[in-house]
Design a binder for this molecule. Structure first.
Ligand code: C2E
Ligand code: MG
Ligand code: MG
Length: 589
């Protein structure tokens, strides 16, 4: 534009010292016609009425021979420039004499083709000419097309060509400003389950094909007025105008159903499923981003509930999600702030009555909530990955503690310590190294450490566990199967994995006196253990009667409130002071 304005400048003002009146003859038709943009000199006839005085060649190329200031009787689709509001505003502003030039754009339709022109309107004067305005004009239609394409790209997903999340929110926002009082929108978020496994096993290209297929299925099964979008990754969203929770739930059922049809990719038949979250607006003010957040919270809740679930958002979920968020944050700091500590529950030999070791159990003293039991925080630590540093800390602390006790108390010389291990830790690739480091740092003999793993943790990580357990065995570390009888109870793993101890779950011990079935189960477990050369430990012994029966059944070891609750470090030290040296500790010397 600057270049154009400079070329044109002599027309209006003339070079310094030459006098503008002598310029017109110099600026010949030839010069005007060689300019690469349109020029039009305009005169005012009356208010809002204009006449074209002269145009140059480029102008005619752009707009044809028609008079841009008057109506072209042959071309009804053409709105004359002089009637365009942008032109009229510019002309009016110039007439006040405050500005020299005004820039504006002129959009017009000619025979169905959209055109966009960039214009500069300037005051103009020349003696003996009644032209008072000079217009320069430049065709910006292709720039507009580029802008429009850029806008489309910014609001659509490249892969599926669906609107993206920004577009979805825009459409929702638009609809909300127009909606009638009782119209309620619903937002659905659809997140595919185990999509990453498709990418990893069949490659990204097949993953992309799957996403396009899902996009097509969603478009098919959603109502015509729904806006279907891809949020990114394996997540889609749909905005359903005027749709109550029940309708949205039936739409979700339909989506689940549509997605169950198998997809064949690279010769493999895949069965996909999704987790769906729904948020419905209320009759009060709705903010699009809030609706999206609520649907997303509901979707995450659905994901936690298992595959192929739908959850409709309600306020409780958010409160719970906020609580959990805070809880996770607090737990993250708990380790740094020394709010976690271990209690140790003594384990006794049921034959000799001697203390043989302890189970280390994690405790959390929360600054505001007070004591938090591990049943509450271990699962949270598992779901957010904190179990890895937490488990490592428990391992290091328990090993170091036992070594310290061994040095200070003769009764502790040959005791062992059991540390609980979560399935997530087994699944992490450096578990064996973490154990090796804990033993090395504390100088604890591997035979004095026993890891407690639940049946389910072992089975869900069977492949990794097999290698890990062999590594651990090579350090001499013992392996105990925790909560035995409550999980898969598939006996095959007793021979498959190098297990030394079975811990009979408390639920079978609870009612040993009154429930003949529990008695039989414990009997079989102790027999099984003896046959396989594995030791059996009964958990949760609370009464003398239970103890007597367990002894009769030949159970080797036991722990429970009957003997002792889990003890603080100080209480363990009092116990060790009052415990005579055990036969095993004497033997160890
Ligand atoms: P668990 O490993 O089966 O531990 C035994 C649980 O039974 C402990 O609960 C213990 O306090 C309780 N208990 C022991 N004797 C009795 C009894 O006679 N009666 C009753 N009613 N309960 C008894 P706690 O300390 O609440 O731990 C619960 C669970 O939390 C543990 O079950 C274990 O799975 C997990 N846990 C605790 N500390 C850790 C840890 O450091 N890492 C991991 N991964 N899990 C841990
Ligand atoms: Mg345990
Ligand atoms: Mg247990």
């Amino acid at each position: 534009m600057t270049e154009r304005a400079e070329v044109y400048a002599p027309l209006r003002r003339g070079p310094v010292g030459t006098g503008g009146e002598r310029l017109w003859p110099v600026a010949t038709d030839h010069i005007l016609d060689s300019l690469p943009f349109g020029i039009c000199l305009i005169s005012r006839i009356a208010k809002k009425s204009f006449r074209t005085v002269r145009t140059n060649a480029h102008f005619k190329t752009l707009l044809g021979p028609s008079d841009p200031c008057g109506l072209d009787p042959k071309d009804e689709t053409f709105t004359p420039l002089s009637m365009d509001p942008a032109f009229l505003h510019a002309e009016e502003a110039l007439s006040y004499g405050v500005q020299d030039e005004i820039r504006f754009t002129w959009k017009t339709d000619r025979g169905g083709s959209h055109k966009l022109y960039s214009c500069i309107l300037q005051n103009f004067s020349y003696p003996s000419s009644n032209a008072c305005l000079l217009l320069t004009i430049h065709d910006s239609t292709s720039e507009l097309a580029l802008q429009q394409q850029a806008l489309r790209d910014a609001l659509h997903d490249r892969l599926t060509q669906l609107p993206n999340q920004a577009m979805l929110l825009l459409r929702l926002g638009e609809w909300l400003t127009r909606r009638r009082p009782r119209q309620i929108p619903a937002l659905i978020i659809i997140n595919l389950n185990r999509f990453q496994a498709v990418n990893e096993s069949l490659g990204y290209q097949n993953g992309d094909t799957l996403l396009c297929g899902v996009a097509a299925r969603l478009k098919e099964c959603l109502p015509a007025d729904a806006v279907v979008a891809r949020n990114g990754g394996d997540e889609f969203a749909a905005f359903l105008p005027n749709c109550e929770a029940d309708d949205a739930q039936s739409v979700a059922r339909h989506i689940h159903h549509q997605l169950t049809a198998p997809v064949t990719l690279d010769g493999y038949e895949l069965h996909i499923s999704a987790s769906i979250g729904i948020a419905c607006g209320s009759s009060r003010q709705i903010i699009p981003e809030d609706l999206l957040r609520d649907a997303s919270i509901a979707m995450h809740r659905a994901k936690r509930e298992g595959l192929g679930r739908t959850v409709v958002y309600h306020e409780d979920i958010r409160t719970r999600a906020k609580w959990r968020f805070k809880f996770e944050g607090d737990l993250r700091h708990a380790l740094e702030r020394n709010e976690l500590f271990l209690h140790y529950q003594p384990i006794f030999s049921l034959t000799s009555g001697e203390l043989v070791g302890f189970e280390a159990l994690c405790r959390w003293q929360h600054p505001e909530r007070g004591f938090v039991p591990p049943t509450e925080f271990i699962s949270v630590a598992e779901s957010c990955g904190l179990i890895i540093p937490l488990g490592r800390w428990a391992l290091n602390t328990a090993c170091a503690q036992l070594v310290e006790w061994s040095k200070r108390f003769p009764a502790a010389a040959n005791l062992h310590v059991n540390v609980n291990v979560s399935g997530i830790q087994i699944g992490s690739d450096n578990m064996a190294e973490a154990v090796r480091q804990a033993l090395h740092a504390s100088q604890l003999d591997g035979h004095r450490l026993r890891l407690e793993i639940t049946e389910s943790a072992l089975m869900t990580n069977a492949e990794l566990a097999a290698d890990l357990l062999l590594d651990l065995k090579s350090y001499g570390v013992g392996l105990a199967l925790d909560d035995f009888g409550t999980g898969y109870s598939s006996l095959s793993y007793l021979s498959r994995f190098p297990i030394d101890t079975i811990k009979i779950d408390r639920s079978f011990i609870n009612n040993l006196e009154n429930n003949p079935d529990d008695y039989k189960i414990v009997h079989i477990i102790t027999l099984l253990a003896s046959t396989l050369g594995i030791t059996a430990v009964a958990e949760g012994i609370e009464t003398n009667d239970q103890l007597v029966r367990l002894k009769m059944l030949g159970c080797h070891y036991g722990q429970g409130y009957h003997f002792s609750r889990p003890l603080s470090v100080v209480d363990v030290e009092t116990l060790l002071l009052n415990t005579p040296r055990t036969s095993s500790s004497v033997a160890a010397e």
